[in-house]
Design a binder for this molecule. Structure first.
Ligand code: MN
Length: 196
């Protein structure tokens, strides 16, 4: 089954003024679609290569699989991490775990924003559940997949590629990363945490 682009969970203008409709539409309809299409192409390419018994392009196809799969996954989570009804503070088990692992919600927020602001070039800030240590971690991902920790479950992701904010914020990434907390969907992150 080919991968498919998920619908946005809200209208294109629902996150204004934090994110303009043009930013959101181009990001979802073109960029995310691009990862879906390239992932499907790469999966077909590795299957054809296996069947033809010619794996001479395995390195570049594996690279495309990791890049585009991770891009598709993170964008699919990212749209859900924002809501026109978002903002405020986390509740329930996720709030307790954040307090345990980061001291406070404010401590988590400062850590997450600093990680997002400091991603070199293109990438993501990620709040993830790490089963090995039974704790929450903040990660940076360069591109979509570099510097990942194996086995963690992403709970909350913030795209800091320039296409995510440049029309609205130009080079002022910190205004974009701080504003994320005005639309953050803690209920969605909490449900992911409880499943993890
Ligand atoms: Mn993106």
């Amino acid at each position: 089954m080919p991968h498919e682009l998920p619908e946005l969970p809200y209208p294109g203008d629902a996150l204004e003024p934090y994110l303009g409709e043009q930013t959101l539409r181009i990001h979802h309809d073109r960029h995310h679609q691009g990862y879906v299409d390239a992932l499907n192409e790469a999966e077909a390419a590795i299957e054809r290569a296996r069947e033809a018994n010619d794996l001479s392009r395995a390195r570049s196809i594996c690279d495309a699989l990791a890049f585009n799969y991770s891009g598709h996954l993170f964008h699919s989570i990212y749209w859900q991490c924002m809501s026109p009804d978002g903002g405020g503070d986390p509740t329930g088990p996720l709030a307790q775990q954040i307090n345990r692992d980061f001291g406070s919600v404010a401590g988590f927020r400062a850590h997450f924003v600093a990680a997002a602001n400091a991603v070199q070039a293109s990438g993501w800030a990620v709040l993830a559940w790490q089963p090995l240590g039974q704790r929450l971690v903040v990660l940076q991902a360069e591109k979509h997949q570099d510097l990942a920790e194996w086995g963690v479950t992403p709970l909350l992701v913030l795209d800091v590629w320039e296409h995510a904010y440049y029309l609205d914020y130009q080079n002022e990434r910190p205004r974009f990363t701080e504003g994320f907390f005005e639309v953050i969907n803690w209920d969605y992150a909490g449900r992911r945490f409880e499943r993890a």
